[in-house]
Design a protein around this ligand. Structure first.
Ligand SMILES: [Zn+2]
Length: 278
């Protein structure tokens, strides 16, 4: 019988590597997945660059973004983005937060991103959220539960929200659909920018966007794209070892399995003090 939890955790790391390899994630940004057996929990890697994330780095959190088990891992300060969206949207099973350059001009200018080619239809109606509106001057990071909840409200029933002067957050019903939407959301933004430089942008009609999004969100498309992106990750030598997923799952705790590899608290504290949290 397939170990659904182990496969889910492995796919979370593969999705993270894909999005790093496709230049959506860089040093920052993160991907999470809802627990396949417990909708009140989710998994996200510990605080580190996405491309470096391993299954043993995964931490299990409640929807209040608190660790289920004590852990010495440093966690992403913006984890509430994930927890609050899972709380507000039972249909969402995977979330990505990123600062890809392709979408940032839209987050900065307030110009709407619209589907401009068939694969871009999966972004749906892209929403805007401005942290400043409700919270005034902040350090621009979404760290308080109420900030995450506000972002989740802005997302509403949609799938992508642009965060003004910061980045974007994308939701999916699963990891493969999320990866598809995130990559093609960036491609769509890049193409829209190029088309705008040419002059007129002829976007999909609302009817075309709806029909196309429904078609492209199905497994035949998302699996085909997934297989292609996995091959690119393999070619780049970035594929995580599959056996690690099984071993980590067998321990029953992510934090415990990763703790062996984590440096002592004092040493770790020294090594991260100068790093920026995101
Ligand atoms: Zn961010």
């Amino acid at each position: 019988m397939p170990d659904v939890l182990a496969e889910t955790l492995y796919e979370l790391i593969v999705a993270t590597r894909i999005l790093a390899n496709e230049k959506v994630l860089d040093a920052f940004g993160h991907v999470s997945v809802r627990h396949p057996h417990d909708p009140q929990r989710y998994f996200i890697p510990r605080h580190r660059a996405p491309e470096l994330a391993e299954v043993s780095d995964l931490v299990e959190l409640t929807l209040d973004s608190e660790p289920v088990r004590p852990t010495d891992f440093r966690l992403y300060s913006e984890k509430v983005i994930h927890g609050e969206i899972y709380k507000a949207r039972p249909d969402v099973h995977a979330v990505c937060h990123h600062h890809a350059h392709a979408v940032l001009p839209y987050a900065i200018s307030g110009q709407e991103i619209v589907p401009v080619f068939h694969l871009g239809a999966v972004i749906g109606k892209v929403q805007f959220w401005d942290q400043r509106d409700e919270f005034g001057d902040t350090n621009m990071l979404v760290v308080k539960p109420e900030e995450g909840a506000s972002l989740a409200r802005a997302l509403g029933p949609h799938w992508m929200v642009l965060m003004r002067r910061h980045g974007a957050t994308v939701a999916g019903t699963g990891l493969r659909e999320l990866t598809f939407r995130t990559v093609f959301g960036c491609d769509n933004a890049r193409l829209q920018s190029e088309a705008m430089a040419h002059g007129r942008v002829d976007a999909l009609s609302p009817g075309e966007a709806k029909l196309t999004a429904a078609h492209q969100s199905r497994p035949p498309s998302t699996n085909r794209a997934w297989d292609y992106w996995v091959r690119q990750v393999e070619k780049a030598g970035l594929m995580p070892a599959h056996a690690a997923a099984k071993a980590a799952s067998n321990t029953g705790t992510r934090a415990k399995s990763g703790a062996k590899r984590a440096p002592a608290k004092s040493a770790r504290k020294k090594s991260v003090t100068s790093r920026r949290r995101r």
